[in-house]
Design a protein around this ligand. Sequence first.
Ligand SMILES: *[C@@H]1O[C@H](CO)[C@@H](O)[C@H](O)[C@H]1NC(C)=O
Ligand SMILES: *[C@@H]1O[C@H](CO)[C@@H](O)[C@H](O)[C@H]1NC(C)=O
Ligand SMILES: *[C@@H]1O[C@H](CO)[C@@H](O)[C@H](O)[C@H]1NC(C)=O
Length: 377
Amino acid sequence: MGSYPAAAFALLLSATLSIGCHGGKILVYPIDGSHWLNMKILVEVLHSQGHQITVLRSSTSWYVSEFSPHYTSITIAQEQSQIIESQDFMTSFLKRSIEIRRSKGSLWAFVEFYRNIFNMTEENHKVVAKLVTSIFENKTLIKELKETGYDLCLTDPVFPGGVLLAHYLNLPMVFNVRWLFNGEAHFAIAPSPLSYVPQTFTEFSDKMDFFQRVENGADLWLMRIDFTVEFPRPTMPNVVYIGGFQGKPSNPLPSDLEEFMQSSGEHGVIIMTLGTLLGDLGPETSEIIASAFASLPQKVVWRHIGKRPNTLGNNTKLVEWLPQNDILGHPKTKVFIMHGGTNGIYEAIYHGVPILGIPLIFDQYDNMMRPEGPRGG
Ligand SMILES: *[C@@H]1O[C@H](CO)[C@@H](O)[C@H](O)[C@H]1NC(C)=O
Ligand SMILES: *[C@@H]1O[C@H](CO)[C@@H](O)[C@H](O)[C@H]1NC(C)=O
Ligand SMILES: *[C@@H]1O[C@H](CO)[C@@H](O)[C@H](O)[C@H]1NC(C)=O
């Protein structure tokens, strides 16, 4: 029974670890907008397990609130909010994206697509760089961060701020991740098996013992996907798939919304939202959508922030904000018209609501390919 000592050792190891287990100090460097919505869920769970959480936020943040029962925050004074949080910028970015897609296939469209993306990227990186500079140039803040003695940094690596700071503070990093700026997050890790590819600065060779391998790959990637809607692909042992972790039963709706839902009778209700960033599609597109909705027997709840369309039917209710999970769980909800954001897709799957996808920008086309799949369902 050659495996006996190994099994005993594993038992001993896990016992030691659980005795030594205690709440840690976690520094969270989030990305604002929809990325924060699911980071916040992780923060709440970590807090409920007795960990102390500190969240770094910009004073211009839309979504990351300064005060919370689940974390303390450090606010970095900034003048400008992230460009993707500017409704005007996003509406004009979207308009250009749609024009470009209409002339798909031409060389012009190819060049313009990247010009538009690079423009948005450059504008956004300017803001990210300012935030990072404010952090690193504040000696008091850096000293405080060092002296607090955090155990690890939880960050979303789509923009590099959190990675830079954690690296500087020498903290282990856990990534809550879907995309890196250069694409699918797996690309950064999959071709480098940790069992024989040593990371830089570890000074290990390609013959590593068990503990060296653990040290080599100690960083953990919490990947916000699930293989129920993801294409098969090779992966790595330090990846934990948490797609759909935000799924939870719905709560009752506010009374005016509930009344509206009930008034739909047998036809039920269509829900439309294009996510945290796109509240306004511009007047032309909004008129087309409003008049299409007006001709339907269903009632419609539409998250729309711009001017009220003239052709809006009396079956359509405009709202500035939606309790998305609660309304998806409502029995009158028949269809979810959405942009293809990861959060929304997984919430709709959780509640079993059919999706009608209108992918517009970023990863949204790629996300929508997944539930539909190559089967064309
Ligand atoms: C991005 O595009 C806008 C609008 O066309 C322009 O005002 C801005 O200067 C551009 N930014 C960069 C970095 O090219
Ligand atoms: C630097 O950080 C400290 C501690 O967080 C803060 O009180 C101070 O206002 C910051 N200074 C600047 C110039 O932002
Ligand atoms: C809503 O509009 C339709 C079509 O214009 C009309 O027949 C109906 O009476 C209106 N309902 C209400 C409650 O105003």
